[in-house]
Ligand binder design. Sequence first.
Ligand code: DC
Length: 202
Amino acid sequence: MSFCIAIDGPAASGKGTISRAVAARFGFEHLDTGLLYRAVGQLVLQGTEPLEAARALVAEDLRSDGLRTPEVAQAASRVAVIPEVRAVLLDFQRAFATRVGGAVLDGRDIGTVICPDAPVKLFVTASAEIRAERRFKELLAGGHDVTQEGVLDDVRARDARDAGRSDAPMVVATDAIVIDTSGMAIEDAVSAAVAAVDAARA
Ligand code: DC
């Protein structure tokens, strides 16, 4: 039987960590759908046209180096505005969501567009300042030349673009449970997510 857990939220909210922990806890497969858009964004930065890049995407591209850079994140957010690009990536995500044995998908539109009937929907968020601080520390640790103000500007620009687009904007699904990780230890956020899944499976 399939069982889809939809986890949405903005950049650096903690949704990736929570998704991986929930998938491991329940033995489900996990898909970070942001990687699909990042891989398309990276190909576009290398000169490929967005729709062509989305159509040509192969599994190998999701393991490509450099997908986590700020430049690729912004390029991902820009290609994600294009309805035709989203349409090309939709089937793969839906197929993954309905795989036997259960799936956790994280992104921006999982609970609203990809899996509107998901039995568990979470929206993981945190203030822009806290998310920028987390992302700044990650990027510094990864050797990137960034400033905290620059990262905050990037976070805000991406939030505005992801929430403001007309096709599949980032929005809290009406039946989603919101987890605000601003003042929360990540273990507590994972526990809240696991409790929501347990409740839905009971
Ligand atoms: O989750 P992430 O930061 O890796 O995502 C990168 C960009 O991809 C994000 O700014 C918007 C886009 N995205 C999207 O539009 N829909 C998704 N389901 C996942 C990501």
